[in-house]
Ligand binder design. Structure first.
Ligand code: PEP
Ligand code: MG
Length: 328
């Protein structure tokens, strides 16, 4: 079956009735194979920089980061690469940076750590900006945004990074190709701040893994409640649909990079909501493309309508299962 999926890798991800979808890669976990996967995707929608930090024994220097980021950016060039700034805390620990908390998923995570350690954040930003010199395909994304103040503080540090680079090497950085900046929508509060976020940054990407965890109050890493972690819960689907509508109304470019995008059933629902950019693991790319090429947007919209009206995740699962059987 995999060969069958793969046989269409060179074809466009377009629904049977002509809607084109950008299929992007979630990268940063499997370092070897990813650098060769450029031809299979339209770019990288989520580069998890912390994965590389997790393999180190200490914080990589700014120069070491620059060399690494440049390798990643040039592998996909000219396609865009969305690099997420360090997203540690929660389930992601660095051996050399101790975070010991009772409720790590509600604690010191993502942008919170970066803003409390501007020296680390500035190093990372400068390394990314330097790596982007002459390439221009970098986009920067901020994780775990829950408040507009965090965006303002991060933007101020970004301006400081530009300023300091220019001060340190005026010849080299007389002109800086400033990357687009975006935020992750993965904390429920950010769903209610989309208009303000649209005015401050260039794009957003929904982190459906964390958004599901926080909407349903289910620890995504706790096997005891794994059965309750369900992005097909009608409340989660309604939230995602609302995000898509709000972003469309605000003219705010949006995408989704949680695991849901890599599941054919999830992709079908997301496309119907209006997501035309989905980011997923390498192993999902062919499968999702294969399904997209065989469904019609109109049929997906009918399915979405039914799922949004469903009263339980169980009913949603039945609806999507039936849809998949009928359409393949
Ligand atoms: C998410 O939360 O959906 C996401 C894409 O980020 P991560 O899984 O790295 O937290
Ligand atoms: Mg997340």
């Amino acid at each position: 079956l995999h060969d069958q999926f793969e046989s269409e890798h060179h074809l466009e991800a377009k629904t049977a009735d002509g809607k084109s979808i950008d299929l992007l890669l979630n990268a940063g976990l499997d370092l070897g194979s990813e650098l060769n996967s450029a031809r299979y995707c339209d770019g990288v929608g989520l580069y998890r920089t912390e994965s590389w930090f997790m393999q180190k024994g200490t914080f990589p220097s700014q120069h070491e980061q620059e060399v690494w980021y440049r390798q990643v950016l040039s592998s996909y060039h000219p396609a865009p690469v969305t690099m997420r700034t360090l997203d540690i805390g929660g389930d992601k620990a660095l051996d050399y940076f101790d975070i010991d908390e009772e409720n790590p998923f509600l604690g010191w995570r993502g942008i919170r750590v970066s803003l409390d350690h501007p020296e680390l954040f500035l190093d990372q930003l400068k390394a990314m900006i330097k790596a982007n010199t002459g390439l221009g395909n970098l986009r920067i994304m901020l994780p775990m945004i829950s408040d507009i103040g965090e965006v303002d503080d991060a933007s101020a540090l970004m301006e400081r990074a530009y300023y300091e680079l220019q001060q340190d090497a005026p010849d080299q950085f007389s002109y800086i190709d400033k990357p687009l900046v975006g935020v992750m929508i993965e904390v429920p509060s950010s769903m209610y701040l989309l208009k303000e976020l649209a005015a401050k940054v260039d794009f957003c990407s929904v982190g459906s893994n964390d958004l599901t965890q926080y909407l349903l109050a289910v620890d995504r890493a706790n096997s005891r409640v794994a059965g309750l972690f369900d992005p097909y819960h009608p409340a989660v689907l309604r939230a995602l649909n609302s995000i898509a509508q709000q972003c469309q109304n605000a003219n705010f470019p949006f995408s989704l990079c949680g695991e849901l995008a890599g599941e054919p059933e999830g992709a079908v629902l997301l496309i119907a909501m209006g997501f035309d950019s989905l980011s997923m693991n390498f192993s999902s790319l062919h499968k999702v493309k294969w399904v997209i090429r065989r469904v019609g947007l109109a049929a997906c919209e009918v399915l979405l309508h039914q799922c949004l009206a469903a009263s339980s995740a169980k009913k949603v699962h039945r609806l999507v299962r039936e849809f998949m059987l009928e359409n393949h």
